[in-house]
Design a binder for this molecule. Structure first.
Ligand SMILES: NC(=O)c1ccc[n+]([C@@H]2O[C@H](COP(=O)([O-])OP(=O)(O)OC[C@H]3O[C@@H](n4cnc5c(N)ncnc54)[C@H](OP(=O)(O)O)[C@@H]3O)[C@@H](O)[C@H]2O)c1
Length: 316
């Protein structure tokens, strides 16, 4: 018996193709999950470009537990989960503590959008001072992480400012909780208690000087792929400003993601968090999905389904 998986393929269009592979063999602490939906993140688009033939991408998944882990959701339960790679397959082995059971009413498509983008937004929001009543600035706000960060910061009681690349990309962000949406850093006024920075380059240099004297700037991405140059005096003369790095998978050993995935799914079920699924495609169309993320044209998340259960190109 075997299964199908998406694999880096140098000669295929877009550098990715579905291939037949052996079934996964779960370790003692892992569950076997039948995957129904996956999603795509910007980081995966970059890694795919540099990948060796045969490399297996994929972080985000949602599906049904076929064989449970000793601790974790039971057999037959609908789950959301995350892996450090190779999640874009019909069946995957996932550590029990990296899974969360889905509440009724949360679809596989909604769930698949949650892991990397939602967990990143949640965990970077925890890196600064308490945000209740404080000012939070979100760069790349129109993207996957950005749309979760705007909503979660608002849920946490912050006054949220969103930065987007163009007026069209501002669509929907006020409805998600942004008090202000700007396209130009010159439009920003005052300083911010927490800056969530993923554009890099000039954006990082400028925003490092706009942090409250006791505030934090979290560096978690470099979407511009540009280097950053700034005079460090412009930062430390501003007070006890903290520049903090973040890498999602680094934190999983100390704090496995299952608990936070359960929180995110619960917020979706309660109607307090919208995963902002921009489109749902069949996984045969991954090449198209990769191009759309690279083109910066996705307002939120792209989800792909494996089982034909969701009609092609539907809205969620
Ligand atoms: N450190 C970690 O663990 C971690 C985890 C997840 C994500 N990330 C990083 O966080 C960033 C956001 O990820 P995502 O999955 O949310 O990506 P995404 O959905 O593609 O969103 C990225 C956003 O960045 C903005 N952006 C600004 N300058 C850009 C440029 N030069 N090229 C492309 N986009 C640019 C775009 O906003 P406009 O279209 O409005 O301009 C876009 O909406 C990425 O850099 C990613 O690598 C890091």
């Amino acid at each position: 018996m075997g299964m199908r998986a998406l694999v880096a393929d140098k000669v295929a269009p877009g550098g990715i193709a579905i291939r037949n592979l052996p079934e996964p063999e779960p370790a003692r602490s892992e569950a076997l999950v039948q995957v129904h939906a996956i999603s795509l993140n910007r980081g995966e688009v970059w890694r795919l470009r540099a990948a060796e033939d045969g490399w297996r991408p994929g972080w985000d998944l949602a599906g049904v537990v076929k064989v449970p882990a000793p601790s974790g959701p039971p057999a037959g339960s609908r789950v959301v989960g995350v892996l450090g790679g190779a999640a874009w397959a019909e069946r995957v082995a996932v550590p029990g503590s990296w899974l969360a059971e889905l509440p009724a009413g949360v679809s596989f498509a909604q769930a698949a959008a949650l892991p990397v983008a939602g967990l990143t937004a949640l965990r970077i929001l925890r890196l600064g001072p308490a945000i209740l009543g404080r000012r939070v600035l979100v760069t790349g706000a129109a993207g996957g992480v950005g749309r979760f960060a705007v909503q979660l910061a608002k849920l946490g009681g912050a006054e949220v400012t969103a930065i987007v690349g163009s007026p069209e990309r501002a669509a929907g962000l006020r409805e998600l909780g942004a008090a202000d949406v700007v396209t130009d850093l010159d439009q920003l006024q005052g300083d911010f208690d927490l800056v969530l920075e993923s554009s890099g380059g000039e954006s990082l240099a400028r925003l490092a000087t706009m942090v409250h004297p006791e505030g934090t700037l979290v560096m978690f991405g470099n979407s511009s792929l540009a280097p950053t140059t700034f005079d460090i005096r412009d930062v430390y003369l501003g007070g006890a400003v903290r520049l903090q790095g973040f890498m999602l998978f680094h934190g999983f050993a100390a704090d496995p993601p299952g608990r936070d995935l359960a929180y995110l799914a619960g917020q979706v079920a309660a109607g307090r968090l919208d995963p902002q699924v921009a489109a749902v495609l069949p996984w045969e169309e991954m090449t198209d999905a990769v191009q759309r993320v690279a083109d910066r044209s996705v307002p939120g998340k792209l989800v792909l389904t494996l089982d034909g259960g969701v009609p092609s190109r539907t809205q969620p």
